[in-house]
Design a protein around this ligand. Sequence first.
Ligand code: G1P
Length: 276
Amino acid sequence: MIKKCLFPVAGYGTRFLPATKSMPKEMMPVVNKPLIEYGVEEAIQAGMNGMCIVMGRGKHSIMDHFDKNYELEHQINGTNKEELLINIRKIINEANFTYIRQHEIKGLGHAILTGQALIGNEPFAVLLADDLCINKEKGILSQMVELYKQFHCSIIAVREVPKNEIHKYGIISGKNIKNRLYQVDSMLEKPEKSTESSNLAIIGRYILTPDIFSIINKTKPGKGGEIQITDALLYQAQSGCVLAYQFKGERFDCGNVEGYIEATNYCFKNIYLANK
Ligand code: G1P
Protein backbone atom coordinates (compact mmCIF):
# COMPACT_ATOMS: atom_id res chain seq x y z
CA MET A 1 0.00 0.00 0.00
CA ILE A 2 2.93 2.33 0.71
CA LYS A 3 5.15 2.19 -2.31
CA LYS A 4 7.54 5.10 -1.97
CA CYS A 5 10.21 6.01 0.50
CA LEU A 6 11.79 9.46 0.64
CA PHE A 7 15.44 9.80 1.63
CA PRO A 8 16.53 13.34 2.52
CA VAL A 9 20.29 13.34 1.86
CA ALA A 10 21.12 16.98 1.20
CA GLY A 11 22.65 17.65 4.64
CA TYR A 12 26.34 18.46 5.07
CA GLY A 13 27.12 15.80 7.69
CA THR A 14 29.15 18.31 9.70
CA ARG A 15 29.23 16.10 12.79
CA PHE A 16 31.44 13.70 10.89
CA LEU A 17 34.00 16.05 9.37
CA PRO A 18 36.54 15.66 7.87
CA ALA A 19 35.28 12.27 6.57
CA THR A 20 32.22 13.94 5.05
CA LYS A 21 34.02 16.87 3.44
CA SER A 22 33.68 15.45 -0.06
CA MET A 23 31.88 12.16 0.64
CA PRO A 24 28.16 12.07 1.47
CA LYS A 25 27.62 10.86 5.04
CA GLU A 26 25.04 8.42 3.63
CA MET A 27 27.86 6.69 1.74
CA MET A 28 29.92 6.02 4.87
CA PRO A 29 30.30 2.24 5.05
CA VAL A 30 29.12 0.26 8.04
CA VAL A 31 31.35 -2.81 7.62
CA ASN A 32 31.24 -3.14 3.81
CA LYS A 33 27.96 -1.48 2.88
CA PRO A 34 27.07 2.22 2.72
CA LEU A 35 24.56 3.48 5.26
CA ILE A 36 21.97 4.37 2.62
CA GLU A 37 21.96 0.80 1.30
CA TYR A 38 20.82 -0.45 4.70
CA GLY A 39 17.98 2.08 4.49
CA VAL A 40 17.00 1.06 0.96
CA GLU A 41 16.97 -2.61 2.03
CA GLU A 42 14.70 -1.74 4.94
CA ALA A 43 12.29 0.04 2.58
CA ILE A 44 12.30 -2.85 0.10
CA GLN A 45 11.64 -5.29 2.93
CA ALA A 46 8.62 -3.16 3.87
CA GLY A 47 7.21 -3.62 0.35
CA MET A 48 8.36 -0.34 -1.22
CA ASN A 49 9.95 -0.05 -4.64
CA GLY A 50 10.12 3.70 -5.26
CA MET A 51 13.19 5.28 -3.67
CA CYS A 52 12.86 9.06 -3.86
CA ILE A 53 16.12 10.76 -3.03
CA VAL A 54 16.23 14.45 -2.13
CA MET A 55 19.76 15.36 -3.15
CA GLY A 56 22.20 18.14 -2.46
CA ARG A 57 25.39 19.29 -4.10
CA GLY A 58 28.23 16.79 -4.04
CA LYS A 59 26.04 13.73 -3.58
CA HIS A 60 26.52 12.15 -6.99
CA SER A 61 28.16 9.04 -5.60
CA ILE A 62 24.72 8.03 -4.26
CA MET A 63 23.31 8.02 -7.81
CA ASP A 64 26.32 6.10 -9.06
CA HIS A 65 26.00 3.54 -6.29
CA PHE A 66 22.46 2.66 -7.31
CA ASP A 67 23.35 2.32 -10.97
CA LYS A 68 25.23 -0.21 -13.08
CA ASN A 69 28.99 0.16 -13.37
CA TYR A 70 29.71 -1.61 -16.65
CA GLU A 71 33.48 -1.33 -16.42
CA LEU A 72 33.54 -2.93 -12.97
CA GLU A 73 31.02 -5.59 -13.98
CA HIS A 74 33.17 -6.45 -16.98
CA GLN A 75 36.34 -6.67 -14.87
CA ILE A 76 35.00 -9.02 -12.23
CA ASN A 77 32.71 -11.02 -14.50
CA GLY A 78 33.19 -14.72 -13.75
CA THR A 79 35.53 -14.18 -10.77
CA ASN A 80 34.71 -15.01 -7.15
CA LYS A 81 34.40 -11.28 -6.41
CA GLU A 82 31.14 -11.21 -8.35
CA GLU A 83 29.20 -12.47 -5.34
CA LEU A 84 29.97 -9.20 -3.53
CA LEU A 85 27.69 -7.45 -6.01
CA ILE A 86 24.72 -9.82 -5.72
CA ASN A 87 22.91 -7.70 -3.16
CA ILE A 88 23.29 -4.35 -4.88
CA ARG A 89 22.36 -5.86 -8.26
CA LYS A 90 19.14 -7.16 -6.71
CA ILE A 91 18.36 -3.72 -5.29
CA ILE A 92 18.94 -2.04 -8.66
CA ASN A 93 16.61 -4.57 -10.32
CA GLU A 94 13.87 -4.37 -7.72
CA ALA A 95 13.73 -0.68 -6.93
CA ASN A 96 13.22 2.44 -8.99
CA PHE A 97 15.35 5.43 -7.98
CA THR A 98 14.31 9.00 -8.61
CA TYR A 99 16.17 12.15 -7.61
CA ILE A 100 15.47 15.79 -7.00
CA ARG A 101 17.80 18.56 -5.86
CA GLN A 102 17.13 20.55 -2.70
CA HIS A 103 18.77 23.84 -3.61
CA GLU A 104 18.89 25.26 -0.11
CA ILE A 105 19.31 23.48 3.21
CA LYS A 106 16.27 24.76 5.07
CA GLY A 107 15.38 21.87 7.37
CA LEU A 108 13.85 18.40 7.24
CA GLY A 109 10.36 19.78 6.60
CA HIS A 110 11.67 21.68 3.59
CA ALA A 111 13.50 18.58 2.31
CA ILE A 112 10.29 16.56 2.52
CA LEU A 113 8.34 19.27 0.72
CA THR A 114 11.00 19.28 -2.02
CA GLY A 115 10.30 15.57 -2.46
CA GLN A 116 6.61 16.17 -3.18
CA ALA A 117 7.31 16.19 -6.92
CA LEU A 118 8.59 12.61 -6.63
CA ILE A 119 5.96 11.34 -4.20
CA GLY A 120 2.72 12.79 -5.58
CA ASN A 121 -0.53 12.42 -3.67
CA GLU A 122 -0.07 9.19 -1.75
CA PRO A 123 1.08 8.10 1.71
CA PHE A 124 4.84 7.57 1.87
CA ALA A 125 7.70 6.73 4.17
CA VAL A 126 10.65 8.93 5.14
CA LEU A 127 13.92 7.35 6.17
CA LEU A 128 16.92 9.21 7.60
CA ALA A 129 19.81 6.98 6.62
CA ASP A 130 22.16 8.02 9.42
CA ASP A 131 19.69 6.56 11.91
CA LEU A 132 20.60 2.94 11.33
CA CYS A 133 17.77 0.74 12.62
CA ILE A 134 18.08 -3.01 12.68
CA ASN A 135 15.65 -5.71 13.68
CA LYS A 136 16.29 -9.21 12.45
CA GLU A 137 12.72 -10.54 12.44
CA LYS A 138 10.96 -7.53 10.97
CA GLY A 139 12.47 -4.19 9.90
CA ILE A 140 11.29 -0.97 11.52
CA LEU A 141 9.51 0.32 8.39
CA SER A 142 7.75 -3.04 8.01
CA GLN A 143 6.47 -2.74 11.57
CA MET A 144 5.22 0.77 10.81
CA VAL A 145 3.54 -0.22 7.51
CA GLU A 146 1.54 -2.85 9.40
CA LEU A 147 0.31 -0.17 11.77
CA TYR A 148 -0.50 2.16 8.88
CA LYS A 149 -2.75 -0.52 7.35
CA GLN A 150 -4.69 -0.51 10.60
CA PHE A 151 -4.83 3.22 11.42
CA HIS A 152 -4.40 5.14 8.10
CA CYS A 153 -2.67 8.14 9.64
CA SER A 154 0.85 9.51 9.98
CA ILE A 155 3.11 7.40 12.20
CA ILE A 156 6.47 8.35 13.64
CA ALA A 157 9.07 6.05 15.15
CA VAL A 158 10.11 6.86 18.71
CA ARG A 159 12.26 5.43 21.44
CA GLU A 160 13.21 6.39 24.97
CA VAL A 161 16.44 8.33 25.31
CA PRO A 162 18.30 9.45 28.43
CA LYS A 163 17.00 12.78 29.77
CA ASN A 164 20.33 14.47 29.11
CA GLU A 165 19.97 13.73 25.39
CA ILE A 166 16.50 15.09 24.71
CA HIS A 167 17.93 18.34 23.30
CA LYS A 168 19.20 16.34 20.30
CA TYR A 169 15.77 15.10 19.18
CA GLY A 170 12.19 15.89 18.43
CA ILE A 171 10.38 14.87 21.64
CA ILE A 172 6.77 13.69 21.72
CA SER A 173 4.23 13.13 24.41
CA GLY A 174 0.80 11.60 24.13
CA LYS A 175 -1.72 9.09 25.32
CA ASN A 176 -0.59 5.48 25.45
CA ILE A 177 -3.37 3.80 23.43
CA LYS A 178 -1.91 0.31 23.33
CA ASN A 179 1.34 -1.55 23.72
CA ARG A 180 4.14 0.58 22.18
CA LEU A 181 1.66 3.02 20.59
CA TYR A 182 0.87 6.63 21.53
CA GLN A 183 -1.57 9.14 20.16
CA VAL A 184 0.57 12.25 19.93
CA ASP A 185 -0.76 15.40 21.58
CA SER A 186 2.39 17.44 21.78
CA MET A 187 5.80 17.45 20.17
CA LEU A 188 8.73 19.80 20.28
CA GLU A 189 11.86 19.94 18.16
CA LYS A 190 15.04 19.70 20.26
CA PRO A 191 13.67 21.13 23.52
CA GLU A 192 15.88 22.72 26.15
CA LYS A 193 16.70 20.19 28.84
CA SER A 194 14.39 21.68 31.44
CA THR A 195 11.30 22.24 29.31
CA GLU A 196 10.25 18.71 28.47
CA SER A 197 9.13 15.94 30.80
CA SER A 198 8.80 13.15 28.21
CA ASN A 199 11.87 11.31 26.95
CA LEU A 200 10.26 9.72 23.89
CA ALA A 201 12.48 10.82 21.01
CA ILE A 202 11.67 10.80 17.31
CA ILE A 203 13.95 8.46 15.35
CA GLY A 204 14.40 8.86 11.59
CA ARG A 205 11.48 6.78 10.33
CA TYR A 206 8.15 8.32 9.41
CA ILE A 207 5.04 7.32 7.52
CA LEU A 208 3.27 10.43 6.35
CA THR A 209 -0.11 11.03 4.76
CA PRO A 210 0.10 13.37 1.74
CA ASP A 211 -1.84 16.21 3.40
CA ILE A 212 1.45 16.85 5.21
CA PHE A 213 2.69 18.73 2.12
CA SER A 214 0.14 21.51 2.38
CA ILE A 215 0.75 21.68 6.13
CA ILE A 216 4.53 22.04 5.61
CA ASN A 217 3.80 24.75 3.05
CA LYS A 218 2.12 26.77 5.80
CA THR A 219 4.66 25.91 8.52
CA LYS A 220 6.83 28.82 9.66
CA PRO A 221 10.55 28.35 10.32
CA GLY A 222 11.06 26.90 13.80
CA LYS A 223 14.09 25.61 15.71
CA GLY A 224 17.32 26.83 14.14
CA GLY A 225 15.35 28.99 11.66
CA GLU A 226 14.53 25.84 9.66
CA ILE A 227 11.22 24.38 8.45
CA GLN A 228 10.76 21.50 10.88
CA ILE A 229 8.72 18.39 10.07
CA THR A 230 8.12 18.16 13.83
CA ASP A 231 6.16 21.45 13.75
CA ALA A 232 4.09 20.31 10.75
CA LEU A 233 3.35 17.00 12.46
CA LEU A 234 2.23 18.79 15.61
CA TYR A 235 -0.34 20.66 13.53
CA GLN A 236 -1.44 17.37 11.94
CA ALA A 237 -1.69 15.75 15.39
CA GLN A 238 -3.82 18.58 16.74
CA SER A 239 -6.16 18.73 13.76
CA GLY A 240 -6.36 14.97 13.11
CA CYS A 241 -4.26 12.10 14.31
CA VAL A 242 -0.56 11.24 14.50
CA LEU A 243 0.67 8.07 16.15
CA ALA A 244 4.06 7.46 17.72
CA TYR A 245 5.34 3.92 17.71
CA GLN A 246 8.02 2.60 20.03
CA PHE A 247 9.59 0.22 17.56
CA LYS A 248 11.27 -3.11 18.22
CA GLY A 249 14.95 -3.24 17.33
CA GLU A 250 18.34 -1.63 17.62
CA ARG A 251 19.07 1.95 16.60
CA PHE A 252 22.43 3.60 16.06
CA ASP A 253 23.06 7.29 15.48
CA CYS A 254 25.61 6.97 12.71
CA GLY A 255 25.85 10.74 12.34
CA ASN A 256 28.39 10.79 15.16
CA VAL A 257 31.57 8.84 15.74
CA GLU A 258 30.44 6.90 18.86
CA GLY A 259 27.18 5.69 17.27
CA TYR A 260 28.94 4.82 14.04
CA ILE A 261 31.55 2.67 15.80
CA GLU A 262 28.82 0.96 17.84
CA ALA A 263 26.90 0.23 14.62
CA THR A 264 30.03 -1.11 12.94
CA ASN A 265 30.78 -3.47 15.83
CA TYR A 266 27.16 -4.61 15.99
CA CYS A 267 26.85 -5.25 12.24
CA PHE A 268 30.25 -6.94 12.00
CA LYS A 269 29.28 -9.43 14.68
CA ASN A 270 25.56 -9.88 14.04
CA ILE A 271 25.35 -9.55 10.27
CA TYR A 272 28.74 -9.90 8.60
CA LEU A 273 30.20 -12.75 10.68
CA ALA A 274 26.82 -14.37 11.26
CA ASN A 275 26.27 -14.71 7.50
CA LYS A 276 29.77 -15.92 6.66
C1 G1P B 1 15.90 15.09 12.84
C2 G1P B 1 14.52 15.53 13.35
C3 G1P B 1 14.37 15.19 14.83
C4 G1P B 1 14.64 13.72 15.06
C5 G1P B 1 16.02 13.33 14.49
C6 G1P B 1 16.24 11.83 14.54
O1 G1P B 1 16.87 15.89 13.45
O2 G1P B 1 14.35 16.91 13.12
O3 G1P B 1 13.07 15.50 15.27
O4 G1P B 1 14.59 13.42 16.44
O5 G1P B 1 16.14 13.72 13.10
O6 G1P B 1 17.52 11.49 14.13
P1 G1P B 1 18.41 15.96 12.95
O7 G1P B 1 19.14 14.89 13.70
O8 G1P B 1 18.39 15.74 11.48
O9 G1P B 1 18.90 17.33 13.34
